[in-house]
Design a protein around this ligand. Structure first.
Ligand SMILES: *Cc1c(COP(=O)(O)O)cnc(C)c1O
Length: 383
């Protein structure tokens, strides 16, 4: 790992953690699908569920280099990564502080499963640091954040959360999916454990499901010993596809950053749009904080049309942008959080979190923004 520090971000994406093809000298990583390896005269006993096939180990090196951590582990889904990380560092009787407005699956995991493990939890009222401090108890072991948040792109102060946690000897975890390691490396601000749904920007083509955790060697070893029992490892076919995807991650995400800023500005200036939420806009409440801890503002934004315009009709009228679930692909997609990611919350809870029924979450792709704007204009014109 030592000399990776000198490489630029595109070189890390392209080269770090490749499996050398010693036999044929091919330019890319060969794929090793064996689920059975020799047991004697070997350094380690390899088995896919032990997270240690050649392709799995190689991809972990790439992810660790991008997150600037000592080590990483990849999983069969983002939720496998999140659930394994949480259950590694929480025992019966422990307490976790989670931020308000989390990815729906994370929220469901906590409220549906934690009682049976005897783990206590509380959610903050806002994303301000005082509200995290307020929730800390004598048995708090983990603080879990997700920034920028889904779907309003609110930003949590990484440095403040890390120093609060250190004061109380608490481990910090971040869901870094929305930013990707291209736009945000939380370890620089003292966060301990970085988690990704690699289904999103790491994969980037809406064709794989995967998760990742990056942290110190010590933390990853602990995580590994629980994760091998839970069995959420990633198939080597998908590992190989993910490695291929990650070679272009910086190019994709940079383009998505630029496109999202252009689209946010365009929407903000559109008289049919009520409000735009994007941390790169001066009008966003957390713009300064985002600027201080993010290298780019990301490809996600949300907006509300004027009240007299039907958000569902608008989405049905689109021809290029695809109204569909999930996010972060090279193609632009959008959805209504009230009907998808946040449908399980009560109307009052959505209201409290500021998620209006007409809110549209926009995952900006790599298309030319002129084409995206043309599509939006024709969809609004038809209303
Ligand atoms: C999609 C997503 C997840 C869950 O990941 P899966 O790969 O679907 O299991 C977690 N957090 C965020 C922010 C996500 O967008």
């Amino acid at each position: 790992m030592s000399n990776h520090n000198k490489l630029g971000i595109n070189s890390i994406c392209t080269h770090v953690g490749e499996v050398k093809d010693e036999q044929f000298k091919g330019a890319i990583s060969p794929i090793y699908l064996s689920s059975s390896y020799q047991f004697y005269d070997v350094d380690i006993k390899r088995y896919p569920r032990y997270f240690n096939t050649p392709n799995q180990e190689a991809l972990c090196r790439k992810i660790a280099a991008l997150e600037k951590t000592e080590d990483a582990l990849i999983f069969g889904s983002g939720m496998a990564a999140i659930s394994s990380a949480m259950l590694t560092f929480l025992q019966k009787g422990d307490h976790i502080v989670l931020q308000q407005t989390l990815y729906g699956g994370t929220y469901n995991f906590v409220v549906e499963e934690f009682d049976k493990f005897g783990i206590e939890y509380s959610f903050t009222d806002t994303l301000h640091i005082e509200d995290f401090e307020k929730e800390i108890r004598s048995n708090t072991k983990v603080i879990f954040i997700e920034t920028p948040s889904n779907p309003l792109l609110k930003v949590v102060d990484l440095k403040a959360v890390a120093s609060l946690a250190k004061k109380h000897d608490i481990i910090t975890m971040i869901d870094n999916t929305f930013a990707s390691p291209i736009n945000q490396t939380p370890v620089d601000f003292g966060i301990d454990i970085m988690i990704h749904s690699a289904t999103k920007y790491m994969g980037g083509h809406s064709d794989i499901l995967a998760g990742a955790v990056a942290a110190s060697k010590e933390h990853i070893e602990k995580l590994w010993s629980l994760a091998k029992n839970f069995g959420g490892s990633l198939s080597d076919f998908t590992v190989w596809m993910l490695e291929r995807s990650m070679k272009t991650m910086n190019l994709r995400v940079k383009c998505q950053n630029e496109n999202a800023l252009k689209m946010a500005k365009y929407l903000e200036g559109n008289p049919n749009v009520e409000r735009v939420y994007y941390p790169g806009l001066l009008s966003h409440e957390d713009h300064e904080l985002a600027k201080s801890q993010m290298k780019g503002f990301g490809g996600m934004l949300s907006f509300e049309l004027k009240e007299n315009l039907d958000a569902m009709e608008f989405q049905r009228n689109l021809q290029l942008i695809k109204p569909s679930m999930s996010l972060a692909g090279v193609e632009s997609t959008l959805l209504s959080p009230s009907q998808t990611s946040h449908a399980l919350l009560s109307a009052e809870e959505r209201e409290k979190q500021g998620i209006k029924d007409g809110l549209i979450r926009f995952s900006v792709g790599i298309e030319e923004t002129e084409d995206l704007i043309t599509d939006i204009e024709q969809a609004i014109d038809k209303l």
